[in-house]
Design a protein around this ligand. Structure first.
Ligand SMILES: C[S@@+](CC[C@H](N)C(=O)[O-])C[C@H]1O[C@@H](n2cnc3c(N)ncnc32)[C@H](O)[C@@H]1O
Length: 213
């Protein structure tokens, strides 16, 4: 695809290249970044009192389902001491994410993986905005979404199949800090599922949920 047929979209104050291979970054996803910054005691907005840091600034973060790379790149630029690994099952999405990291000067590592299957490091924190739209939701404008890859949007089991699988894998690998995005109508089920895995809800911020031990 030529550069002219690609677009740029703002995320957390920076322009990201997008193509038909990636989800267009959404404003609600910026709240996942806010949540991570608060976890390390570094709120982005002036005037917000830093919370007690639950995690160190030099933490290792894995962004699962990175798409355009918007979350991973933003976190690496705002937390330069952190190691940030961005994964996606889609090779084409990773291509776009790599371009964004390079254009914005973010040293992010990239890895193709189905969820955590090929992730060999143990992160301190997982962030994931995975597909969570259920194909049967009648209130979704499918026509509008048809310009984005189905792989980035849809999941089975009320949209929660991949989120639940990721929670299972994280707990198996003893990773107990997770920031996840889902539609608010799904939060109750996710909180219940995480509770069964001994994870506790730390905070809800818009679409994002933070779980810890
Ligand atoms: C909702 S998009 C989010 C993209 C980006 N993180 C954002 O917030 O804009 C979900 C991403 O997850 C990827 N994905 C889908 N299934 C996956 C899987 N099993 N393992 C890893 N990534 C997956 C898709 O290719 C897509 O890039």
């Amino acid at each position: 695809m030529s550069e002219s047929s690609q677009n740029k979209v703002d995320f957390y104050g920076r322009d990201y290249l997008v193509s038909p291979d990636v989800l267009i970054p959404r404003p609600e996803t910026e709240m996942m970044v806010d949540t991570v910054l608060n976890l390390v005691g570094k709120p982005f907005l002036p005037g917000i009192k830093p919370s007690k840091a639950e995690l160190p600034e030099n933490l290792t973060i894995v962004d699962v389902g990175t798409g355009s790379g918007c979350i991973a790149v933003t976190l690496k630029l705002l937390l330069p001491q952190a190691k940030v690994v961005a994964t996606d099952i889609s090779d084409k999405a990773l291509g776009v994410a790599k371009k964004n990291a390079s254009a914005l000067g973010a040293e992010v590592e990239f890895l193709q993986s189905d969820l955590l299957d090929d992730v060999r490091i143990k992160p301190d924190l997982i962030v994931a905005n995975l597909p969570y739209v259920d194909e049967n939701w009648e209130w979704v404008d499918k026509e509008a979404l048809s310009k984005e890859p189905a792989l980035a949007l849809y999941a089975k089991d009320g949209g929660l199949e991949l989120i639940f699988k990721l929670i299972d894998q994280a707990v198996e690998q003893e990773v107990y800090h997770l920031v996840l995005e889902a539609d608010p109508c799904q939060h109750e089920r996710i909180v219940q599922y995480a509770k069964e895995k001994d994870l506790t809800l730390g905070e809800t911020r818009g679409f994002s949920l933070y779980f810890s031990e």
